[in-house]
Design a protein around this ligand. Structure first.
Ligand code: FAD
Length: 450
């Protein structure tokens, strides 16, 4: 068992991942000396919608990529609901399966306050940016910038848990001659309000979740026509009238986009939905994982413990491609807390065993061919983590909900959100929801009237 007095934990980021670390320590009733640094003025991470783009109110890169009227893109029962704090418990009644962002944030905040006997805010230093982390003399030296006190200082920690998110540094590939295009060009990170594209023909580059959702969103808010260009293969989804797929863009001129199949179309705007980079600029280079996003970043034992530094004291949470999300972060956070406290006696001590385990998962990533494979992959991984840490294995039942969700998307991508799911924990069926394309009010109040 680790000598608790020597433990001093730094958590970077108070979004869902970082808050799960604080929450799980509190749940164990063994909170070590711990500080969570958060650059925003409140908790919630991505789920803090802001009108700002570019720089935030501290003149730092704006964190959130949320847009107005964003509704979750997978059922809350599968990847958002926590076994020990259900949506029904929070809202006092069952609520629809696909909540808007405001309801998600409210739920998170509820868990962090109502469901926890400890005041978690006392551990968070808001408006504080982590500028640099290096490992020396068996400890981490963390340089922080406290924007309210206008003070830069260094603190020493035994462990660091990186929870700073992976949806904030855009991946924006160069496309020939885009510089000649005269219309609006943006990345989804800066997309805030679809009304901007009313009456326009929009090219969405990228056909993953954000491309899908932003295309539908623009159509819903009155865009005239949307082209989605894909890189490797078409989505195969049945798009409503007004959205069509095209292969990759080869070049632009002032008014047109040209595609790989030789076609050309006049467009008004381009939205890059080309994903993000795993970018951790504040980490010493020898502490960073690779920049390419992945279902299982290489070098992370149990998808969290960074092996390359050889110190077994640095953790990443939430740094993988996501299907399971809040429940995944929470399960891993519970493992991390117990690992730091030295309570996982069965875990291997040898780096070699751990590296072999990492190889097992990273080689499986290359065999993944469908969303169902992704769900199976994460379920199997979580099963191992639950076995090690004792986290509630009921979360694994989510795999069958993902299967239904995949089918619903294939049946009708513009209205898969009409489906109702049953909570794995309460057994309650979610109430129905109006068709997604007809809901124009994402407020919590309206959602709760459903
Ligand atoms: P984040 O929520 O990104 O939180 C990271 C925190 O770290 C932030 O508060 C940030 O301010 C802080 N931070 C960053 N750098 C520093 C620094 N240097 N110093 C101090 N603090 C720092 N998931 C779903 O399950 N369902 C959805 O419907 C869904 N929709 C999404 C829609 C969009 C547009 C995006 C971008 C993501 C969506 N996600 C969704 C995934 C989302 O990433 C997760 O739900 C979740 O927010 C990730 O939590 P996190 O704590 O790992 O990261």
């Amino acid at each position: 068992m680790e000598n608790k007095d020597k433990i001093r934990v730094c958590v970077i980021g108070a979004g869902p991942s970082g808050m799960s670390v604080l929450y799980q320590f509190a749940k164990l009733r063994k909170i070590p000396n711990i500080v969570c640094y958060e650059k925003q003025s409140t908790w919630g991470g991505i789920w803090n919608y802001t009108w700002r783009t570019g720089l935030d109110d501290n003149n730092e890169p704006c964190h959130s990529s949320l847009y107005k009227d964003l509704w979750t893109n997978a059922p809350k029962e599968a990847n958002l609901e926590f076994p020990d704090y259900t949506f029904e418990k929070h809202f006092g009644k069952p609520v629809p399966s696909y909540p808007p962002a405001a309801a998600v944030r409210d739920y998170l905040q509820g868990r962090w306050t109502n469901a926890c006997s400890t005041d978690l805010k006392q551990f968070i230093q808001f408006n504080t940016i982590v500028r640099f982390v290096k490992f020396e003399n068996d400890n981490f030296v963390v340089t922080i910038d406290d924007r309210k006190k206008n003070m830069t200082k260094q603190e020493v920690f035994s462990h660091v848990v990186i929870c700073s998110g992976v949806f904030n540094y855009p991946n924006q590939p160069e496309v020939p001659d885009i510089i000649k295009f005269e219309g609006r060009v943006m990345h989804s990170h800066n997309f805030r309000n679809a009304n901007e594209f009313k009456g326009q023909t929009v090219l969405v580059i990228g056909s993953h979740y954000s491309g899908e959702d932003i295309a539908l969103h623009c159509l819903k808010y009155g865009a005239k026509h949307i082209y989605i260009s894909w890189r490797t293969q078409p989505t195969g989804l049945k798009w409503p009238k007004g959205i069509e797929e095209r292969p990759g863009v080869t070049r632009f001129d002032a008014k047109n986009a040209y595609f790989k199949d030789g076609s050309r179309t006049a467009i008004d705007a381009v939205i890059f939905c080309t994903g993000f980079r795993n970018h951790f600029p504040y980490l010493d280079t020898n502490l960073r994982i690779g920049e390419d996003t992945s279902l299982y970043p290489d070098g992370l034992y149990k998808a969290t413990l960074f092996l390359n530094g050889g110190n077994n004291k640095l953790f990443y949470i939430g740094a993988q491609d996501q299907l399971y999300s809040f429940n995944y972060f929470d399960c891993i956070a519970s493992w991390v807390c117990k690992y730091i406290l030295g309570e996982l006696a069965d875990e291997p001590k040898s780096g070699e065993k751990m590296k072999r385990d990492v190889t097992k998962w990273t080689s499986r990533v290359s065999t993944i061919a469908s969303l169902k494979d992704v769900a199976d992959f994460q379920t199997d991984l979580l099963a191992e983590i639950c076995s090690s840490s004792g986290y509630d294995k009921s979360i694994l039942k989510a795999v069958s909900l993902f299967v239904d969700w995949i089918r619903h998307r294939e049946e009708d991508i513009s209205d898969f959100r009409r489906h109702q799911f049953r909570s794995m924990y309460t057994g309650s069926l979610a109430p129905t929801q109006k068709p997604y394309m007809t809901i124009f009010d994402d407020s919590l109040e309206t959602f709760l009237k459903c």
